[in-house]
Design a protein around this ligand. Structure first.
Ligand code: GLY
Length: 296
């Protein structure tokens, strides 16, 4: 993220933390907490989620999201939706009210509308900053003869502002949610890691709640959220496992990204192999937010 966006990112993740914590404080579930935290970041134009997301090749916002309950392993995901301000709300409805796990595109929008979620126009999700960013990217790619449809996944100068949250509630249950507009200039219909179980998001009370950000294709190929949860189930701490996941992403596929991890004992891990990642956490004893630090 550029220097002038650092404060906005810290502010955004702190607001999300406040919303999630409010749920937990009044005895709510981890599932509700991660939903509310992610809604705040989807509504914040700073991030690549909801309104203000990166645009695809056609200049449209196309969103993916997943939410998962570590107690029951129930999950809800939406992919390639264009008319939902808060895809995580639709994902939650799928988790709570559908026997299915995924809905995509128009089918997801129809499911959301049938379950009381208002649809918006795609233009309502597009902001001038992103129109300009896409214009610049496409002009630059055309000038340099790059493949417009396959920007390099190892280019760390392209930011990935996918948002995510993990939480542990009083009942001892964990949950995770992830939401994204995907990658800049992506091909229409391209689905990223964020809404795929075990890739951009995973939660299981037997291991950990995990959310990832970064270039989706390498993360998907490594099923990285589940890979990390498996390390924790094998007895490793989230802090070590989060860092190992970033090392593995870099070493195996030259991928880049970030990860937040929480186990049912309340241990956390925060790591990234990008120059920066905004994060914030709160426990009954402590609250912290940051952008550069690699692990708490
Ligand atoms: N991690 C977001 C994406 O690649 O779609």
């Amino acid at each position: 993220m550029p220097d002038d966006m650092v404060d906005a990112h810290i502010h955004g993740v702190t607001n999300a933390l406040t919303a999630g914590w409010r749920v937990l404080e009044r005895g709510g579930t981890a599932l509700d907490a991660v939903e509310e935290a992610v809604v705040i970041m989807e509504d914040d134009e700073t991030f690549d989620a909801g309104r203000g997301s990166f645009l695809n090749r056609d200049g449209k916002v196309q969103l993916d999201a997943l939410i998962m309950d570590g107690a029951t392993l129930r999950a809800g995901g939406v992919g390639c939706v264009e008319r939902l301000r808060n895809p995580v709300r639709a994902a939650r409805k799928i988790l709570s009210e559908s026997p299915h796990v995924y809905f995509v595109a128009e089918g997801a929008e129809r499911f959301a509308a049938e379950h009381g979620i208002a649809l918006c126009k795609n233009e309502d999700l597009v902001i001038p900053r992103e129109v300009e960013r896409l214009r610049e990217y496409q002009a630059d790619a055309a000038q340099h003869g790059n493949d417009l449809f396959a920007p390099s996944s190892d280019d760390v100068t392209i930011s990935h502002d996918t948002v995510g949250a993990v939480a542990l509630d009083r009942a001892g249950n964990i949950a995770a949610a992830t939401s994204t507009g995907g990658t800049l200039n992506k091909a229409p219909g391209r689905l990223g890691d964020s809404s795929l179980i075990g890739c951009g998001c995973y939660a299981n009370n037997e291991s950990a709640a995990v959310s990832t950000t970064g270039w989706g294709e390498p993360i998907m190929k490594l099923v990285l959220a589940k890979w990390t949860a498996d390390r924790i189930q094998a007895g490793n701490l989230p802090e070590w496992s989060a860092q190992e996941a970033m090392n593995y992403l870099k070493q195996r596929l030259n991928g880049h990204g970030g990860i937040i991890v929480l186990n049912p004992e309340g241990h956390i891990g925060i790591a990234h192999n990008t120059p920066r990642m905004a994060w914030a956490y709160k426990t009954v004893k402590k609250q912290e937010a940051g952008i550069e630090r690699n692990a708490p």
